[in-house]
Structure formats: structure tokens, C-alpha cells
Design a protein around this ligand. Structure first.
Ligand code: SAM
Length: 223
């Protein structure tokens, strides 16, 4: 097999991935297609997995964590409906790929992305630096607590499975803001919530997703 590094031929594989995601209905927005194309996924996976980077599957990272399936990243990004200039909180930086895609869509906006593993914080930072992404701040911590000093956030994305959305994250969401999270035991439902003057409203609920668990104070407990 030709190595992506040597051949620089990832565009062909990217075209095929985009075609698959469009055919399955997980990618419908030209703007999001553009942001995905601007962030080649092979730059966000370990070298040994670069040849699989354009398969529509999750791939292993260090510490038994994963970079999510491209279709799922596309679906979550579409549902989150981000706008230029917004402030976003991501819980679960992993490889940094989801942040990188969002960063292209928010222009001069700002993303704060938290992971609980120092190895992944370092990995995500390195990947974002390689691509020259400057509006993402990757932070080590327990994302189930949110990041109160930077709140409120226009959008919050949780990229790990929670039994229920950690209460601090709803508190740190702006009025009219959107929060997306995989919620439940196994499998999870992808739920989009909106904060309104009448409270938190569920505005979309799609069953059948599987994520690694959100750990931490308001997440699953380590056994
Ligand atoms: N968004 C990532 C990407 O683009 O590669 C994929 C995220 S991976 C599916 C889930 C991540 O959530 C893991 O990196 C894991 O370490 C992190 N995580 C789990 N519980 C966490 C917590 N309480 N705080 C911060 N990160 C957490």
C-alpha cells in the first residue's frame, strides 16, 4: 500500500469519504464539506493508522481513546450550526480533529477544548499547530465541570458518552445557545439541546451512536 505521507495522494481518498458521507446523508452542508476538506484527517491520527484515515470508522488513539467516525463528526457539526465569531466549548479533545473543523467555521471566534489525558492534550495541540490552527485552546482538565472562567459559551459539544448532561455545562451555555452530546448507556442517542428562557429544550434526538465514556465528577465513575 502507498503511504499517504510519501504520495500526498490523500485527496482521492478524501473525495471518496466525502461521497460516502453525502450518500448516507451524514454530510449535507457545503460549508462543512469545505471545513472537513481543509483538515485532512490523516494529520490527526497516529502514523501507523494514516492509511486508514479516510475510512468512515473511528480509529484508536493513545490511552484507549478514539478519533470519532467522520460521519458522526459531520453530523454533530451540522447539528451544532455554528456561526462566525462564536465561543465554543468542546469536552473531549482527543485528536483535535473536531476542534479543527469547528475552528474553520467560526472564523475569528474561539474554541476551548478540554481533555483529561495529558497525552491527548499534547497530541491535539501538536496536530492543530501542524495545520496552523490558532483559535483553539486545548486544556487539561475534567470537562464534566466545564470551564466556568470562560463561560458563557454559544455552543457546547461533548464528544464522549454521558449518562446525563453534566449540570455545569447547561449552566455555562448562553441563552439561546446549543449543546450537543451523546447521552445514555449503550448505544447512546445524539441529543441537541437549546437553552431558552423557559429552560433547556431537547430539539433533536437521534438514537444509535456509540462513544467512549465521559469520565469525571459529573460523568461515569472509574471502576
Ligand atoms: N473530539 C475528538 C476528536 O476529534 O478526535 C474525539 C474525542 S474521543 C471520542 C473522547 C475524548 O473524551 C477522549 O479523548 C477522552 O479522553 C475524553 N474525555 C472523557 N472524559 C473526559 C472528561 N471528563 N473531561 C475531558 N475529556 C474527557
Amino acid at each position: 500500500m502507498i503511504s499517504l505521507d510519501k504520495s500526498k495522494n490523500y485527496e482521492i481518498k478524501m473525495d471518496e469519504l466525502i461521497r460516502i458521507m453525502k450518500n448516507s446523508g451524514f454530510l449535507t452542508s457545503n460549508r462543512i464539506e469545505w471545513a472537513i476538506r481543509k483538515n485532512p484527517r490523516h494529520e490527526f491520527v497516529p502514523k501507523s493508522l494514516q492509511d486508514s484515515a479516510y475510512k468512515d470508522i473511528p480509529l484508536s488513539l493513545m490511552k484507549k481513546q478514539t478519533i470519532s467516525q467522520p460521519s458522526v463528526v459531520s453530523r454533530m457539526t451540522e447539528l451544532l450550526n455554528v456561526k462566525k465569531g462564536q465561543k465554543i466549548l468542546e469536552v473531549g479533545s482527543g485528536s483535535g480533529w473536531q476542534s479543527a473543523i469547528l475552528s474553520f467555521l467560526i472564523g475569528h471566534g474561539k474554541i476551548f477544548s478540554i481533555d483529561r489525558h495529558p497525552e491527548l492534550v499534547k497530541f491535539a495541540k501538536k496536530n492543530l499547530d501542524k495545520l496552523g490552527v490558532q483559535n483553539v485552546n486545548v486544556i487539561l482538565g475534567d470537562g464534566s465541570l466545564g470551564l466556568s472562567k470562560e463561560a458563557p459559551f454559544d455552543r457546547i459539544i461533548i464528544t464522549a458518552a454521558c449518562k446525563k448532561v453534566p449540570p455545569p455545562l447547561f449552566e455555562q451555555l448562553s441563552m439561546e445557545g446549543l449543546l450537543i452530546a451523546p447521552v445514555g448507556e449503550y448505544p447512546q442517542s445524539l441529543i441537541l439541546f437549546k437553552k431558552t428562557s423557559q429552560g433547556i429544550k431537547e430539539i433533536e434526538n437521534q438514537p444509535g451512536y456509540v462513544f467512549v465514556p465521559l469520565l469525571g465528577k459529573f460523568g461515569h465513575q472509574l471502576s
